[in-house]
Ligand binder design. Structure first.
Ligand code: OXT
Ligand code: ADP
Ligand code: MG
Length: 580
């Protein structure tokens, strides 16, 4: 317990309680929004927080509240806070907490819990569970507060753990009894902590910068890979300056799209499978060499051929010192925050800097032009029923006309086609399934994006993906958020043509109800539902949604045979992997 004995001589006669101290501690630290689902023991916490001027967004399922908190953290660099009830509510929030940790999003999951004495003796309390022990391996840090005078410390530690260094998910366990604990108001006030400099800059070593610059200068075919860490860092102007001053082509990972506009001439996104194996020096900025980058090895990276010319060399900028060498050797690690690292690199890129050769840039431009021309041909087709391309041709125009709208995307084909077809123009506008490829982020992300930005949100959702969080359209309607959800309805997980091999009447595992009308779900709660079977209908519906800012769901009918099993990652299915 924090020692407050020094303050007893100045005690007031007013008292405060645990509820109030949690609210005061959050407010003191600039937390102005909570994503929650009320119930015992946190109902009054949500009520009183709202009464005290905190924006309280109440959800239909804790997983969605958790995803909302996590992405709010990504967007703002302030921990997003999710509040749940004990055991089942806590468990519902846990997927989001683990996903936040995996994706390096700063988030705090606060759950009410049962009394320690009863939990530890396993006496069967209401919603009894040893939550702290369960959360610990899934969170960056986990804390429990037992005494009202420690609430300030508990919240301060949670905030620091979530945003400092590599951001992540933090669990804060608050037993029911804590909320009602009364203490002297002045003692309570003094126990609160306003966290000073919660995410201190981490300045890189000059030697590390010099090593990286030397390697970059020696490159014949350099490449920059921008990851979501670069987007999170909010060092947009310096990152753009580094890319443009060095003249090095760059590849944006999914959530780094828009950090520089996708139409930028140095973007190598449309020549991905050419630049990865051909580059000789790769500078990773806030991107891990995990599965999404084929672990930095194998065919994607040139395989044996690359070894012939000495193999690829890597520079990696990351705030986590243990990230380097996690998959392949990193020749020039730079440990620090991206803002400081990029600024330091920039100061080494002077007037004498030699830009990459026209051979390298020309070869990339040629590949890009071919891929873009091929894509343009496919986009220009107008088949009946619509396919992913003809529908996304519309979405691409709408996003171009509304570059400030936040764009949420999940599914398999609905994700992969969208990522390569829909250009992003501004940083942190594209929010998606991230490192785990997790379904269910959709409506939680939409709610948070609308609440945090105050602006319009567009979501492109596979019909299966939408099902994971679909009930939150009620939340979208209840708070009257300017969200336009487009469900790419192809009657199934991946495709709608899966068949039960026994010929029995049960549907196949990947099949969903044919011809489902997701638009009716939005109408059920007073929003606008539109059934769109042509690109023209889809365009009209999206334009109207953005104009009116009314909650809208467009059920876009997509050819059930279009697309592939698992989208672009078919090869990860064990059966396909065996065949290779
Ligand atoms: O260079 P090449 O020639 O190769 O071409 C590339 C680019 O150069 C080119 N390109 C362009 N060309 C022209 N112009 C432009 N502007 C341009 N830009 C790019 O396009 C190609 C492709 O580029 P890309 O995408 O960058 O490259 P590539 O090789 O694909 O990149 C590799 C990866 C790995 C980086 C990339 O593929 C990627 O990011 N993939 C992410 C995949 C992912 O995370 N998928 C989601 C998970 S799938 C599965 O797990 C699903 N589940 C199971 C499940 C999950 N996930 N979660 C939970 C909680 N439970 C269960 C389920 C249930 S998906 C799913 C639902 C699916 O059904 P839905 O109905 O929702 O969706 P539909 O499929 O639509 O029906
Ligand atoms: P992507 O999926 O886009 O490739 P990852 O999630 O794999 O991106 O990688 C993000 C990386 O960025 C993580 O290794 C994380 O430690 C790092 N990171 C996050 N924020 C910062 C920051 N402010 N400064 C430096 N590195 C950061
Ligand atoms: Mg589908």
């Amino acid at each position: 317990m924090t020692d407050l004995s020094m303050t007893t001589d100045t005690q007031s006669h007013e008292t405060t309680d645990g509820f109030q101290l949690v609210i005061d501690a959050l407010k003191l630290n600039g937390i102005d929004t909570l994503f929650a689902l009320p119930g015992i023991p946190i109902t009054d916490l949500t009520r009183r927080a709202q009464a005290e001027g905190i924006r309280l967004i109440a959800f239909r399922h804790e997983q969605n509240a958790g995803h909302a908190a996590a992405i709010a953290g990504f967007m703002t660099r302030t921990p997003g806070v999710c509040i749940t009830v004990s055991a089942p509510g806590f468990l519902n929030g846990l997927t989001a907490l683990a996903n936040a940790t995996t994706n390096c999003f700063p988030m705090i999951l606060i759950s009410g819990s049962s009394e320690r004495e009863i939990v530890d003796l396993q006496q069967g309390d209401y919603e009894e569970m040893d939550q702290l022990a369960i959360a610990r391996p899934l969170a960056k840090a986990a804390f429990r507060v037992l005494h009202a005078e420690d609430i300030g410390v508990g919240i301060a530690r949670a905030i620091r753990a979530a945003v400092s260094g590599r951001p992540g998910g933090v669990y804060l366990d608050l037993p029911a009894k804590l909320f009602g604990q009364a203490i002297d108001a002045q003692v309570g006030r003094r126990s609160l902590i306003k966290v000073v400099d919660p995410a201190p800059r981490q300045i890189p070593e000059q030697a590390a910068i010099d090593r990286a610059l030397d390697l970059l200068k020696s490159a014949k075919r350099p490449l920059i890979v921008l990851g979501k860490g670069a987007a999170y860092a909010q060092a947009d102007a310096d990152i753009r300056a580094l890319v443009e001053k060095t003249g090095i082509p760059y590849l944006p990972m999914s959530m780094a799209k828009g950090l520089l506009p996708d139409t930028h001439e140095q973007s190598a996104a449309a020549a991905r499978s050419y630049v990865l194996p051909e580059s000789d020096v790769v500078m990773l900025i806030g991107a891990r060499l995990n599965w999404l980058l084929s672990h930095g090895k194998g065919k994607t990276w040139g395989g044996k051929r690359a070894k012939d010319w000495g193999g690829q060399k890597f520079i990696q900028i990351d705030i986590s010192p243990t990230e380097a060498d996690s998959n392949v050797a990193i020749d020039a690690p730079i440990v620090g925050d991206i803002g400081s690292c990029v600024a330091a690199l920039l100061s080494g890129v002077g007037a004498g800097w030699v830009k990459p050769s026209s051979d390298w840039l020309g070869a990339i431009a040629e590949r890009k032009a071919k891929n873009i021309a091929r894509m343009a041909e496919t986009l220009a087709m107008n088949p009946t029923p619509m396919n992913f391309h003809s529908a996304l041709n519309v979405v691409r125009d709408i996003v171009k006309a509304n570059p400030d709208a936040i764009f949420v995307n999940e599914g398999a084909n609905a994700l992969d086609f969208t990522r390569s077809i829909v250009d992003m123009y501004k940083p942190r506008k594209r929010l998606d399934v991230g490192t785990w490829g997790v379904m269910g982020i959709g409506m939680g992300f939409c709610v948070a994006a609308a609440v945090v930005s105050g602006g319009p949100v567009i979501a492109i959702e596979g019909d299966s993906a939408f099902g994971f969080s679909g009930m939150e359209v009620e939340t979208i309607c209840r708070y009257n958020l300017p969200v336009c959800v487009v469900v790419f309805n192809n009657n199934g997980v991946y495709r709608g043509v899966d068949v039960n091999p026994t010929g029995g009447s049960d549907p196949a595992p990947c099949a969903l109800v044919k011809g489902a009308r997701y638009d009716k779900l939005m109408e059920a709660f007073g929003g606008i539902g539109v059934h769109a079977t042509t690109p023209a209908e889809l365009r009209a519906a999206m334009e109207e949604a953005l104009r009116s800012r009314r909650p809208t769901l467009v059920n876009a009918v997509i050819d059930e045979a279009a697309g592939t099993e698992s989208g672009r990652i078919t090869s990860l299915n064990p059966t396909s992997a065996k065949k290779k």
